[in-house]
Design a protein. Structure first.
Length: 142
């Protein structure tokens, strides 16, 4: 992985064989990014995606392998318990142009991944909601 910072934007190239989520986390920790928007495109050959079933308050995930284009990777950077917290979603398409999408747990680059992180000057924390079963954005703190 290589990256450069231009103003409030980090532009990264995640290379073949590297894992995307851990690469984003590494950048955020190294550059002390606590709040931001993430977007990316590229190609992957192994992806673990999930779906949260609200009635059960539980995530289900599956691993997809093959050749996929990342048609959209979007998400955000916040914090929880003073640690960087990533919330990422991905859409991928296969060679038949069939698309898959969901919460991104991990993805391995097969060609390249071009990543942008728009850093926001601020801090947004998360707190677990018993009612919903998710770590929600928290607005009741200083």
């Amino acid at each position: 992985m290589k990256y450069k910072i231009f103003g409030n934007t980090v532009i990264a190239r995640i290379d073949k064989g590297e894992e995307i989520v851990s690469s984003i986390l590494e950048i955020c920790k190294k550059e002390n990014i606590k709040l931001g928007k993430v977007s990316a495109i590229g190609a992957v050959n192994k992806v673990k995606i999930g779906l949260f079933k609200t009635g059960e308050k539980k995530y289900y995930s599956d691993i997809l392998t093959g050749e996929f284009e990342i048609t959209s990777l979007l998400g955000n950077v916040t914090t929880m318990n003073d640690e960087v917290y990533l919330h990422l979603h991905i859409n991928i398409s296969d060679s038949s142009f069939k698309t898959f999408g969901g919460h991104l747990n991990e993805a391995y680059v097969s060609g390249t991944c071009e990543l942008f992180i728009d850093v926001i000057d601020g801090h947004m924390d998360r707190k677990f909601s018993e009612e919903i079963g998710l770590n929600l954005l928290e607005f009741d703190y200083e």
